[in-house]
Design a protein around this ligand. Structure first.
Ligand code: SD4
Length: 298
């Protein structure tokens, strides 16, 4: 099966390019996930992930990240950790463990220290400024801030599929709030025999639908990556609507073991971007138009 990478949001483009090079030079799927995610984490221009991430209400950058290996079923993740320069590195290291592989807060930080991972102050002057402005704005218009986006990367190298995510979560979140990203089945799910899916958007609504697992389950029943994403999201929207509420922003990206890829969103046409690359498609930004139905190159 051919190699491929899909990643949420156009901020992943440089990371995907670097990960493609790595695969071409003999690198394996986990290293490619790490590479693509690290480049986003390290870039303070991407204010929703890693260094320069958007802070919580107290002005602290709390990081969520996870990694799942589709061949072993092992996963690792950190929840609400502070100061770990590359949260995905901690998640990948934790994924070598059978138990104690999902660590929160101080425990995750202690693990990262023992492993010798780098620490730094993740709050840049720019993200501090955004936080101060949000506090100011809130005095007149509560909740008038936007900002989130998770780097979600799925790599298929031969028959091996792996997925990784990293985020600072929702801007101005309550301290201690955890989103979908480090929750296996919600923020990501990978099975090399079937495929992998990863989610971005309002974590609470993604968790409600166990959306990454649900889309992988649909792939197992024979749907392509695209059909699985579209069906899982549409069914979740309908189910929540029947309970009386509209879910907020949710987007999915997927790779199938059958060579398919797909994405779905409930954002407006063109608002959700993702990066895709395989042996015949060089790394490029794509978008969705026509609801969750059509994917067009951009
Ligand atoms: C969260 N899902 O913490 C993350 C944020 C995100 O696009 O992906 N936003 O809920």
């Amino acid at each position: 099966m051919s190699n491929a990478i899909i990643a949420a949001w156009n901020m992943s483009l440089e990371g995907v390019k670097a990960a493609c090079e790595l695969l071409k030079n003999g690198g394996e799927a986990p290293e490619a996930v790490k590479k693509a995610v690290n480049l986003v984490e390290d870039n303070p221009g991407f204010s929703s992930v890693g260094y320069g991430g958007l802070p919580n209400r107290l002005g602290e950058v709390e990081l969520d990240a996870a990694y799942m290996d589709g061949s072993t079923g092992y996963y690792g993740g950190i929840l609400g950790a502070k100061g770990i320069a590359n949260p995905i590195d901690a998640a990948i290291k934790l994924s070598k463990r059978h138990l104690n592989c999902l660590l929160s807060g101080a425990g995750a930080e202690q693990f990262a220290r023992i492993e010798g991972l780098a620490f730094k102050n993740m709050l840049t002057a720019e993200s501090k400024k955004k936080w101060e402005e949000a506090l100011e704005k809130e005095k007149t218009s509560p909740g008038a801030y936007r900002g989130h986006d998770t780097v979600c990367v799925i790599v298929r190298k031969d028959k091996h599929i792996a997925a990784g995510v990293s985020t600072s979560g929702l801007f101005m979140k309550e301290p201690g709030r955890i989103g979908d990203s480090p929750i296996v089945g919600a923020g990501l799910y990978a099975d090399s025999a079937i495929g992998a899916v990863s989610a971005t958007g309002h974590g609470e609504d993604i968790i409600r639908g166990c959306l990454s697992y649900e889309a992988v389950r649909l792939m197992e029943q024979g749907r392509s990556a695209q059909e699985a994403c579209k069906t899982a999201l549409a069914a979740h929207i309908a189910r929540m609507k029947s309970k009386g509420f509209a879910i907020k922003d949710v987007s999915l990206v997927a790779l199938g073991a059958d060579g398919s890829f797909g994405a779905a969103t409930n954002l407006k046409d063109g608002e959700f971007t993702f990066v895709y690359a395989d042996e015949t498609h060089p790394p490029a930004v794509w978008t969705i138009s026509g609801g969750v139905q059509h994917i067009a190159a951009r």
